[in-house]
Design a protein around this ligand. Structure first.
Ligand code: ASP
Length: 426
């Protein structure tokens, strides 16, 4: 019998979840979804997060310690970062171009502005702590934050992934430099650990169809709240802005990435997207690149044939550093808010956005809704009142789901490119 591919299972789960969510909202039985279905979505998310830190550590150390010398590591590292920064800058530029061209905020009705500002100012207040600390952080604080002072403490929170990456790189590099039998023991141990975690990920993926079904059903119920008609109206109001973000994301995903894939990896994008499909579905359902990492690793290695030494280095770093979808969204959002407030964007403001949105997306945690909080840095940099965030909060979640898909696609694409490039160098 032909094996049914993973994406078909997940897709079916998503479809059923959507139908269940819509039926629950329209029959006022959302509580059943909340009480009996949503918990399975939460369990799925927790399982994915559970393996994230051990996976990052074990795979990075295995990947790096498998390299024959440090020159190779620095070469791969340099290429990876160059590509990450290049694609992010391009994504921001595409966002800026589209938002300036289509001006979604220009014709925004005055009464809607007042309504949204007052309606969402409360939600904004609940985010105030995160926003306040982001505001006072300064643009380079995230570099300071990368260095851990206690690795046990860092590894105890999924929001410190960059710190774990930092430690894993040091650990791996030390193994490469020390070539004696005691070190071999540690290397074999971590590599065994890596295998075990990959097996656990296989188990979790069996549960994925149910997990995404529960997540989507829960999301629809939460989103529609007590008043589905009102949510629909909000969609209409912010539709033009959302459309500009979506067009930008589609452009990056279906025009920009395929061009890069063709030029640097000679890979037809059809093959790439076929293998990436399960990853897209999980990214869309979880809104978190970090939670999606186990699936991304699996598909990039097994589906796209990227060697473990490259995937295990490029992907964990990309998850936290490379967010093309988020940076594009941040660029569009900032200019949209400026347009609604009637603040003129000069060439210098646009350049400032280019710079700060690139930095802000690097500093954005790979979890749901992180992009909107980091937007504060960009708003501050160009002198737009952060209350403007209230304008776009209502529609943030669906956009988050879509930008997360692009975020993980960008990481995988660069892993493919670096792998092909390294093979050529051999
Ligand atoms: N949810 C996104 C991610 O995990 C980050 C964001 O833009 O909020 O990739």
């Amino acid at each position: 019998m032909k094996k049914i591919p993973l994406y078909a299972h997940i897709l079916t789960g998503m479809l059923i979840g959507t139908i269940v969510g819509v039926v629950a909202v329209s029959t006022n039985t959302g509580w059943i979804v909340e009480d009996w279905l949503k918990p399975f979505g939460i369990i799925f998310l927790k399982l994915l997060k559970l393996v994230a830190i051990p996976l990052i550590f074990a795979s990075l150390v295995t990947g790096i310690s498998g390299l024959s010398d440090i020159t190779k590591l620095s070469r791969i590292g340099f290429k990876t970062l160059t590509f990450y920064i290049f694609t992010t800058i391009m994504a921001v530029s595409i966002g800026l171009m589209l938002v300036t061209l289509f001006e979604p905020g220009q014709s925004f009705p005055e009464e809607k502005r007042v309504e949204l500002l007052s309606k969402y100012s409360q939600v904004l207040e609940t985010k105030t702590d995160a926003i306040e600390s982001t505001k006072s952080d300064g643009s380079l604080k995230f570099i300071v934050d990368i260095v851990p002072e206690n690795i046990i403490a860092s590894a105890s929170s999924n929001s410190n992934m960059l710190q774990v990456i930092f430690f894993a790189i040091l650990f791996g590099v030390a193994i490469v430099l020390l070539k004696n039998s005691k070190v071999e023991l540690v290397r074999d141990f971590v590599s065994g650990l890596n295998e075990i975690i990959l097996k656990i990920i296989d188990f979790i993926m069996y549960f994925a169809p149910i997990g995404v079904m529960a997540l989507l059903a829960g999301l629809i119920v939460d989103y529609s709240g007590d008043n589905p008609a009102q949510s629909l109206r909000l969609f209409e109001t912010l539709g033009y802005y959302a459309l500009v973000v979506i067009v930008g994301l589609l452009f990056v995903g279906f025009v920009f990435y395929p061009i890069l894939l063709r030029i640097f990896a000679k890979m037809p994008f059809k093959i790439f997207y076929k293998e990436m499909f399960p990853v897209h579905l999980v990214a869309f359902s979880t809104s978190s690149s970090a939670a999606t990492l186990p699936v991304t690793m699996e598909q990039v290695e097994k589906g796209l044939g990227v060697r473990n030494e490259v995937a295990s280095f490029v992907l964990p770093i990309g998850v936290t550093v490379n967010m093309d979808g988020t940076s594009l969204y941040q660029a569009v959002a900032v200019v949209f808010i400026a347009q609604v407030f009637g603040i003129e964007m000069t060439f210098v403001s646009l350049l400032t956005i280019l710079f700060t949105a690139t930095l802000a997306s690097i500093g954005t945690a790979a979890v749901p809704g992180a992009g909107v909080v980091m937007l504060v840095i960009v708003l501050n940099a160009v002198g737009i009142p952060i209350e403007g965030l209230a304008l776009i909060l209502a529609i943030d979640r669906p956009l988050d789901m879509m930008r997360t898909v692009i975020n993980v696609t960008g990481d995988a694409m660069i892993a493919v490119i670096i792998d092909k490039n390294e093979l050529k160098n051999k």
